[in-house]
Write a protein that binds this ligand. Structure first.
Ligand code: ING
Length: 319
């Protein structure tokens, strides 16, 4: 028997700094209508999909930074997207910058939500792996100040939705094998990932020619090694002077790319995904209960880096 969920990767082209949220939401709604017209159950949008990728700039003024954040979700400019989803019967993943207060303290996260066909938020995620740097580094062609503007999220969850087990991650998370494994250990069947990835990486320009290869490499590996579908969706193209990769795709538990965008603009790529295909891997090669040896992996949790423990103390010298 099959458990089909029909997916649209809802890739966005550039969002100008001056573009209003209302204008962007209109673009998102156009893709949503196209996806529904093609029979899709769920559309996945990029990371920080409501605004330009603002961590490329250094801001002194907190109020200016906060202009890129959402204080409520849905809010006045995003309600129309939720209304359309409910009206036409399609769910969505949306990446956005979240400004909230916890115990009276302002908190800022690079967040995503999963919304079901009734327009209800059924999942919420906050980016764990924040790349880049926290201080202004003028030597760079452009900044990558996610460590300045966001706090890391607490972890990776899996929710029952769309007939299966759905998980979320954001951009740099997809480069870390732990991201997929933590969700794999919760039985995840589809991992949804939005991203903004510049072609050029200032600390390592020698990687630039491999940016698309690395994009697919990490998501295909994550899919196969955890017996899960993976959907990666770009904010692509030349955005405020920074060229960002496309490469949006839908990947099967086999690791095969089964659908892909071919432009760097607003575009949907489609796939009819049978979630039962995950079992071919989860019950054999990657049957974690049968094959994993957690005692051999303790270092993965105990250590942060080669020289420091997870609690920040130096790695003890053996003997
Ligand atoms: N962007 C990039 C990403 O991980 C990056 C940052 C690019 C890190 C290239 C390393 C190499 O895809 C975000 N937003 O995380």
């Amino acid at each position: 028997m099959a458990r089909f969920v029909t997916i649209a990767a809802g890739q966005l082209g550039p969002i100008a700094r001056s573009e209003s949220r209302t204008a962007v939401v209109s673009r998102l709604m156009a893709l949503m209508r196209q996806a529904r017209a093609c029979g899709c159950d769920l559309i996945i949008y990029p990371e920080l999909a409501l605004t330009t990728f603002f961590p490329r700039w250094y801001f002194e003024d907190q109020a200016e930074t906060d202009s890129f954040f959402e204080r409520e979700m849905p809010g006045p400019e995003t309600q129309a997207l939720f209304d359309l989803a409910r009206e036409i019967g399609i769910g969505f993943y949306l990446g956005y910058a979240e400004l909230t207060t916890e115990a009276g303290i302002a908190r800022r996260y690079n967040a995503s939500i999963l919304v079901d066909k009734s327009g209800a938020i059924v999942g919420k995620y906050r980016k764990v792996h924040l790349p880049g740097h926290a201080e202004h580094e003028p030597w760079r062609a452009f900044q990558h100040l996610e460590k300045r503007y966001f706090e890391p999220g607490g972890g990776f969850g899996v929710v029952d939705a769309f007939g299966g087990k759905m998980g979320m991650a954001i951009c740099n998370d997809r480069r870390w094998s732990e991201t997929y494994r933590v969700m794999g250990l919760q039985g995840v069947e589809m991992v949804l990932i939005g991203y903004n990835t510049p072609v050029h990486n200032p600390p390592a320009p020698e990687h630039d020619d491999l940016s698309l290869f690395h994009n697919h490499l990490v998501m295909q590996a994550g899919a196969y090694q955890n017996g899960t579908f993976v959907v990666g969706v770009a904010k692509a193209g030349l955005e405020e002077g920074v060229d960002q990769i496309g490469g949006s795709c839908i990947i099967a538990p086999s690791g095969e790319i089964i659908a892909a965008c071919t432009t760097k603009g607003d575009e949907i790529a489609l796939a009819r995904c049978d979630l039962d295909l995950c079992n071919s891997y989860k019950r054999t090669t990657f049957n974690f209960d049968v094959h994993r040896q957690p005692r051999a992996y303790e270092m993965i949790v105990e250590r942060k880096g080669v020289t420091t423990m997870a609690d920040g103390t130096p790695v003890p010298r053996r003997g």
